[in-house]
Design a protein around this ligand. Structure first.
Ligand code: FE
Ligand code: FE
Ligand code: FE
Length: 215
């Protein structure tokens, strides 16, 4: 049993614990099936990486921490996307959204101050993946209309993630009676929706046509 624990901790093949109907469950790679007793042995290691969420307030703080991490990752990615775009309107849209994103982080900080909460030190894994996909696009598609079409698609995946995240956070804020925070969060939700629409417009008002002709 001890060797199984060491193997789990070192190669980290067990994914974080999830809760199904109040019971913890584990998954691990098919080539390394372990007994339930082995998994029990790994529980303290897994819990070290798990953020405790018990109440709706905890969930609100967790979601707020996650989107704060996501926004910070986006501020680092947007200048790279602007440089990678050929269409000046698309580059300008990325630059404009960078400014908006800085304002969105300020709003999140205002929410934190208003409610007197402390954010968790977590990294939004979804945004890490979406940013990585953006890098892959830049590496694999030469600068031009086809890359621009791919950048728009990638950016819209980011906006849709944010729209879903802020939608959830607004719903939680409403339920918890955080009215002032809700006003701030709604402003950001509207900005994300407007950015998504602007990107659709850039694709449909000539971007996709230029990409088709470039092939
Ligand atoms: Fe944002
Ligand atoms: Fe996330
Ligand atoms: Fe955004």
């Amino acid at each position: 049993m001890k060797s199984a624990c060491i193997r789990l901790c070192h190669v980290q093949e067990v994914q974080p614990a999830t809760t199904v109907r109040g019971r913890a469950s584990w998954r691990w790679s098919a080539h390394d099936r372990l007994t339930a007793a082995d998994a029990q042995c790994a529980l303290p290691q897994l819990l070290k990486h798990t953020v405790a969420v018990k109440t709706l307030e905890d969930l609100f703080v967790h979601e707020l921490s996650d989107i704060h991490s996501a926004e910070r990752q986006i501020t680092k990615a947007l200048p790279r996307l602007a440089r990678a775009a050929e269409n000046p309107d698309l580059a300008a849209a990325f630059e404009a959204h960078l400014e908006e994103t800085n304002g969105q982080i300020e709003r999140l900080d205002q929410v934190v101050e208003l409610l007197g909460i402390r954010l968790k030190r977590i990294k939004c894994a979804a945004m890490e993946g979406l940013v990585e996909e953006g890098k892959e696009v830049i590496d694999s598609v030469v600068k031009g209309p086809v890359r621009d079409a791919a950048l728009i698609g990638g950016a819209q995946k980011v906006e849709h993630y944010e729209i879903a995240a802020y939608g959830t956070i607004c719903a939680l804020a409403k339920q918890l009676g955080y009215d002032d925070a809700l006003d701030l969060l709604k402003q950001t939700l509207e900005e994300e929706k407007a950015t998504d629409e602007k990107l659709t417009m850039l694709a449909e008002s000539g971007g996709n046509q230029r990409a088709a002709e470039a092939g």
